[in-house]
Design a protein around this ligand. Structure first.
Ligand code: AMP
Ligand code: MG
Length: 413
């Protein structure tokens, strides 16, 4: 068996980011920026009010000061308003600061009265300093600022910044196309009655959903029989149109586990027995795509994940997801690992492997998180996997007792 870190290194060293392309911002969510985003404008573009209230001269303010209300400035109004000593303008959040005003008193700190013949008068609750509740021009971004470094993941907030700067397109690493296939003579699709010895394929839809959630475009490569020719054809077809392939099943020690043999024959493959449980076997290789299509150069990574459904998910999390994120050009590859407390014993036996127990997290009364087992921990126990929101990392040994610290990998935000 080889340590998890060594297996991960082997995989990650063989994955290269996709090429850089220009995309519309509405197509960029989840991708990695391949440019430094700079500002060439002042943001905000003009000094404006941070509050609904009254624009004033700070020097005029003191508890009980009375100022004549000479104008109302709404957000979006380009009107030229000037206030003089002893005057105020009613102002809304985001509205342009009037000339002469240097501060804003929020509406909650004022009272307004109508006093003929002078009109509206605002009485100030307390004095303010110059700049109070004013957002200066360029307070957020200024021309020349490096706002977002290359490699930044395009999140909803990044999309907002790009729009604020007037951008319509952005340079990113191309969204990878990932082919997903299941292997196994026992597998069928759909809700019809099962024949003797048959089960329904659950790995392909699960791995497709995981790849899509990681931000990849998914291509369905179907269910492939336990036949070397069929596996070879499916891999060749996948390599011709995909940037990476996820396959499940056929990588263990059984007589019909042909995936690793075919991958070895047509690609550059390493079959690994990783010192983890579940998901010990992993066949990872690369297939030269130019072999099939000279217009496509490069090596397509193929993740031969184990067939047991829980193993295939854990293997995806530990190897394929970081690999796909590297393919996407992301810098941070892993899910967050955080400390938690065991709310119940998580026991295991010593076997030279790191165990990844499926657990459910809850807030710990003293802060942080506590975890309980999500249920049965077999690699075929899909129901417990489906209710888990984290994997507890249990190093070789006897596991942890109630109250012990345990490291967890958060699977959901
Ligand atoms: P294998 O790795 O091919 O030996 O498969 C290990 C176990 O996982 C067997 O019980 C298979 O029936 C099961 N299995 C393999 N592929 C799938 C799949 N796509 N969906 C559900 N179970 C699967
Ligand atoms: Mg099989």
């Amino acid at each position: 068996m080889i340590p998890l870190e060594e297996a991960r290194r082997f995989v990650l060293d063989r994955v290269e980011p996709t090429e850089v392309v220009e995309v519309r911002i509405d197509q960029s969510q989840g991708l990695a920026l391949a440019e430094v985003v700079r500002s060439d404008e002042l943001v905000p573009p003009f000094a404006n009010s941070a509050m609904d209230g009254f624009a004033v001269r700070a020097a005029d303010t003191s508890p009980g000061a009375r100022l004549k209300v000479v104008a109302t400035v709404a957000a979006g109004s380009g009107a030229e308003v000037t206030i003089a000593t002893g005057e105020a303008a009613r102002i809304m959040t985001g509205a342009l600061m009037p000339d002469g005003a240097d501060s804003v008193v929020m509406v909650e700190d004022t009272t307004v009265s109508v006093e003929p013949p002078s009109g509206e008068v605002v009485t100030i609750g307390h004095g303010v300093d110059a700049g109070h509740h004013v957002r200066p021009a360029g307070d957020d971004m200024r021309p020349g600022d490096e706002v977002l470094p290359a490699g930044t993941e395009v999140t909803p907030a990044v999309i907002g910044v790009l729009h604020t700067l007037g951008r319509r397109v952005v340079m990113v690493h191309r969204r990878p196309v990932v082919g997903v296939m299941s292997t196994g003579d026992e597998l069928v699709e759909g809700g019809g009655p099962l024949g003797r010895g048959q089960i329904r394929d659950s790995n392909r839809p699960t791995l497709s959903a995981l790849a899509a959630a990681a931000g990849c475009e998914v291509v369905d490569l179907g269910v492939v029989r336990d036949d070397p020719d069929a596996i070879r054809d499916a891999l060749h077809a996948g390599v011709a149109r995909c940037d990476a392939i996820l396959s499940s099943g056929g990588v263990s020690m059984g007589d019909f586990d042909h995936v690793k043999a075919v991958l070895d024959e047509i690609g550059d493959m390493r079959w690994m027995q990783v010192a983890i449980r579940p998901a010990k076997p992993l066949a990872f290789g690369t297939i030269d795509s130019a072999r099939d299509d000279p217009t496509r150069a490069g090596r397509v990574p193929v993740f031969g994940l184990p067939g047991n459904p829980v193993s295939s998910i854990v293997s995806f999390e530990l190897f394929a997801r970081p690999g796909l994120r590297r393919l996407m050009g992301h810098r941070s590859l892993d899910r967050p690992r955080v400390g938690a407390r065991a709310a119940e014993p998580l026991s295991r036996r010593s076997d030279g492997k790191v165990h990844f127990a499926r657990v459910v997290t809850a807030p710990h009364p003293d802060g942080g998180l506590e975890v309980r087992s999500a249920g049965s921990q077999g690699s075929h126990h899909t129901a417990a996997m489906a209710t888990a929101d984290a994997l507890a990392v249990l190093p070789d040994g006897d596991g942890v007792s109630v109250g012990d610290a345990v490291e967890i990998i958060l699977l959901a935000p």
